[in-house]
Design a protein around this ligand. Structure first.
Ligand code: URP
Ligand code: ZN
Ligand code: ZN
Length: 460
């Protein structure tokens, strides 16, 4: 063996066993108690959990958004490694009037040689015509079987109307692809944003205008509509960054009726409430959809428990405090997005396993196995078993830390979870058998991440 991880507790989505893990040529070769094979190196994981690497299938790196660029591929993926995430999926969004292919080529070129963990891209659909239909079929067969669509962001040129959404959903029935949907109600949202976009209301409420202009119904109306289109077309839809309790309820009901619908939520919607927008630095928390209320935190937690929501992802789109300062008191000018890929695994371990007593298996399902299954990476990723990539996190479940942006690898100079007391942190992160992070520090190589082709038809 090249490496044996000894004496650890190996956790997969279906079971937990005490075993040694033998790794050869970047893959898991054997799992057995007291593995006695010659090995070039060994790691003693006594008292540690041995987890499949985290998969964050929702990040936006080096994205030009709201007039500026989010944190780039290199530092954000080094941060991912330090936080126990070994695969990320970003987006290649078709410019209106152009092709998905051009968007994919541009993003691959942008990422080349910089990515420190394994990676993939979702396509993005903003137009619909015969060419888009053919491209969708082509990419579904050739490694990119998921496509992002936005029900908002008209001014960005990203919004897809319901006709485009309906057509794309119909096509997923044929090609097994998945439509990932940012579900918010564009027209009502624009109207409410305009209502709060007055000098006197912005002076009175500051960044809290972001919360006031985006009530829960601006999300759950769109989720309901998407569920309806998925039901009548028989298409496959995945709702990204679910933030409202009602949305989780709608998804649960649709699932129970047999609709092919899956969904994710993110740490910010579980750990924070919209009270953050009343803080002096409230604009730093600006993200779309906005962070909601305590009953939403609880409803989303229930959604994760009951299976309405199958994935934890971060929607990482990190801007520094200097970039966020571009808002200058106008909530419509905040560069929207938050850092998060580095803190996904440790914050969710504390919140779910330690505080809310989710099982270790469920935790692994939400952070690794389910995203791998739904997005066509399984069983190469998302599981510790012979033949899988040796993407492994040796996780110390007892390590206590207080989150501090200054000690994180990300170049973003704040974290929305500053000061949070955590129990449990990644000790070692391995990517295909190579050590890439130790105790919160990146020790891997720039550009060592490989592009991973995925397969259509995934589900969890
Ligand atoms: O505000 C956010 N979330 N920025 C990234 C783009 C998106 O909507 O996911
Ligand atoms: Zn979004
Ligand atoms: Zn996003």
């Amino acid at each position: 063996m090249d490496l044996i991880i000894k004496n650890g507790t190996v956790v997969n989505a279906d079971r937990t066993v005490r075993a040694d893990v033998g790794i050869e040529k970047g893959r898991i070769a054997r799992i057995a108690p007291n593995l006695s094979a010659p090995s070039r190196s060994t790691v003693d994981a006594k008292g540690m959990l041995v987890l499949p690497g985290g998969i964050d299938m929702h990040v936006h790196l080096n994205l030009f958004f709201c007039g500026t660029y989010s944190e780039g591929w290199e530092t954000a993926t080094a941060a991912a490694a330090a936080g126990g995430v070994t695969t990320i999926i970003d987006y290649a969004i078709q410019a209106k009037g152009s092709t998905i292919e051009k968007a994919v080529e541009a993003r691959l070129e942008d990422a080349r040689g910089k990515v420190c963990v394994d990676y993939s891209l979702h396509g993005g659909i903003t137009d619909w015509n015969e060419k888009t239909r053919a491209e969708m079929d082509y990419f579904a067969k050739n490694g990119i079987p998921s496509f992002k669509m936005f029900m908002i962001y008209r001014s960005q040129g990203w919004m897809a109307d319901d006709g485009i959404l309906f057509s794309a959903l119909e096509q997923t029935k044929k090609n097994g692809a998945l439509i990932m949907l940012h579900a918010e109600s564009a027209f009502v949202l624009d109207l409410l944003v305009e209502r709060y976009h007055t000098p006197s209301l912005m002076k009175k409420y500051g960044a809290y205008c972001h919360a006031l202009s985006r009530p829960c119904f601006t999300e759950y109306e769109a989720v309901q509509r998407a569920a309806t289109w998925a039901k009548v077309t028989g298409g496959r839809v995945y709702i990204v960054h679910v933030s409202a309790a009602e949305s989780a309820g709608i998804i649960a009901k649709a699932k129970a009726e047999g609709v092919k619908i899956w969904a994710e939520t993110c740490p910010q919607y579980l750990l924070l409430t919209d009270a953050v927008f009343k803080q002096k630095d409230g604009h730093l928390f600006g993200t779309c959809p906005q962070i909601k209320q305590k009953h939403d935190n609880e409803g989303l937690l229930k959604g994760l428990k009951d299976g309405a929501l199958q994935v934890l992802a971060t929607d990482t789109c990190a801007f520094t405090t200097a970039q966020k300062a571009m808002w200058k008191g106008d909530f419509t000018k905040i560069p929207y997005g938050l850092p998060g890929v580095e803190t996904l695994i440790p914050t969710m371990f504390t919140h779910l396993v330690k505080k809310n007593r989710f099982s270790l298996e469920k935790f692994v399902a939400l952070t690794s196995a389910n995203p791998a299954k739904i997005f066509g990476l399984y069983p190469r990723k998302g599981v510790i078993r012979p033949g899988a990539d040796a993407d492994i996190v040796v996780f110390d479940p007892k390590r206590k830390i207080t989150l501090d942006a200054k000690r994180l690898v990300s170049t973003c100079d704040y974290t929305p979870f500053q000061g949070m007391a955590l129990t449990g942190y990644p000790h070692l992160t391995f990517l295909r058998g190579k050590l890439i992070a130790r105790d919160g520090k990146f020790v891997g190589a720039r550009g060592a991440g490989q592009f991973v082709k995925r397969t259509p038809g995934g589900k969890a």
